[in-house]
Design a binder for this molecule. Structure first.
Ligand code: NI
Length: 256
């Protein structure tokens, strides 16, 4: 169920039986010469919505912008500062908390968001701790990137191995192909040039600035062989991710 397509009384009724919500969080940033600018938010969005529809879970509107400063050497990238994303997410988490949600699940689609998301959640709890509140917060937050879901991680490893890489991964491209048929023009492109150890140290979003990124990764991909992406694999990844997410969300909602 999409929050933006519900009425306020319908949300109140939902809160009577379930106080959990999923917020997809992604980015709007370059994804190489072939894949979509919206890849990171489109992936988190389709997985969250598929899960929400199948299981009657409310899904908040997608946070489509993320912390993408190192991609700003490529047009189409729109980045928030780390502090802006932290402030934005703190306000969203706080809004959900004051209106009755107690299990807030941030489904992430972009590695560069992880640190600001963690900061936002800690800012939320720090405000309570510093106010000296004696009662433990009833509000719990969980942050997970979709590729960490165990069955999804196993499938992408089986499909692509080391060619999955770190940015413009064939798994994320396959998911967008399945979610938005025809949006990506057919393409074929060789695997990116082999990278040495110093390049790999920069993967996992340990990047410097945008000019440095562009110099190191000329076509925008980071060790990912995007042309391996197939829509049928994307459909399987979405299905598995939505199932995995439902299980993880349910366990999160039940935990104290
Ligand atoms: Ni991406």
């Amino acid at each position: 169920m999409r929050l933006e397509l519900m009425t306020s009384p319908a949300v109140a009724a939902y809160l009577g039986r379930n106080t959990g919500i999923i917020i997809p969080v992604g980015a709007t940033e370059q994804h190489g010469p072939d894949a979509l600018i919206g890849t990171d938010h489109l992936c988190a969005e389709v997985i969250a919505r598929r899960c929400g529809e199948a299981n009657g879970i409310v899904v908040a509107p997608t946070v489509s912008y993320g912390m993408s400063q190192f991609h700003l050497g490529f047009p189409g990238t729109l980045s928030l500062r780390p502090s802006t994303l932290t402030a934005l997410m703190l306000d969203l988490v706080s809004s959900l908390a004051v209106t009755g949600f107690t299990r807030i699940y941030l489904l992430n689609g972009h590695g560069g968001n992880v640190a600001p998301l963690r900061s936002a959640v800690q800012e939320f709890y720090a405000a309570r701790s510093l106010a000296g509140l004696r009662e433990p917060s009833q509000v719990h937050c969980r942050i997970l990137s979709w590729w960490e879901l165990p069955q999804v991680n196993a499938l992408r490893t089986r499909l692509y191995g080391a060619q999955e890489g770190y940015h413009v991964t064939p798994s994320e491209v396959a998911i967008t192909m399945a979610a938005h048929p025809g949006a990506i023009a057919p393409f074929d492109r060789p695997a990116p040039a082999a990278h040495g150890r110093d390049m790999i140290l920069h993967a996992g979003d340990n990047y410097y600035d945008a000019a440095d990124f562009r110099q190191r990764f000329a076509d925008g991909r980071v060790i990912s062989h995007s042309a391996l992406a197939r829509p049928e694999d994307g459909e399987n990844l979405i299905r598995l991710a939505a199932e995995n997410l439902a299980q993880d969300f349910s366990a999160f909602c039940k935990a104290h």
